[in-house]
Ligand binder design. Structure first.
Ligand code: SF4
Ligand code: SF4
Length: 123
């Protein structure tokens, strides 16, 4: 990740990842952290270090945008908002990690999951 990308994340999200002191609260309150390869606080650390390839990062697409981490972050970093910014930047490059056609049973999918999915399709 280059400096420009880092600045864009800050610009879009309105948050400063550098304020994170790695308390881990965001990961504790995240309802789907067990499905993430990298936990929310770890991703924020990578963002601080500017050392991650977001195109290969599946966790930001698994985030359901519940914003529990945003509510509980003591440093007002809010990984959920940072993840939205990252998804937007990836989508603007024409890379989409979401495909409705791969849903096995549309009718039985919880509406919250569908709404979360739709939000990830808007860059
Ligand atoms: S809750 Fe906030 S300060 Fe704590 S690890 Fe997560 S992003 Fe960092
Ligand atoms: S917004 Fe995303 S990362 Fe934050 S708690 Fe909800 S699902 Fe987890």
């Amino acid at each position: 990740m280059n400096e420009d990308l880092f600045k864009k994340i800050i610009e879009i999200s309105g948050r400063n990842p550098n304020l994170c002191y790695q308390c881990g609260m965001c990961t504790v309150v995240c309802p789907i952290n067990q499905y993430m390869d990298l936990k929310p606080h770890v991703i924020i650390r990578y963002v601080q270090l500017k050392s991650i390839d977001f195109k290969k990062l599946s966790s930001v697409w698994k985030c359901v945008s519940c914003m529990a981490c945003v509510d509980r972050c003591p440093r007002d970093v809010g990984p959920g908002v940072i993840f939205e910014a990252i998804r937007s930047l990836v989508l603007r490059k024409g890379i989409d990690a979401v495909d409705y056609n791969k849903l096995v049973d549309f009718e039985k999918t919880p509406s919250m999951a569908l709404i979360a999915l739709s939000r990830k399709m808007t860059g």
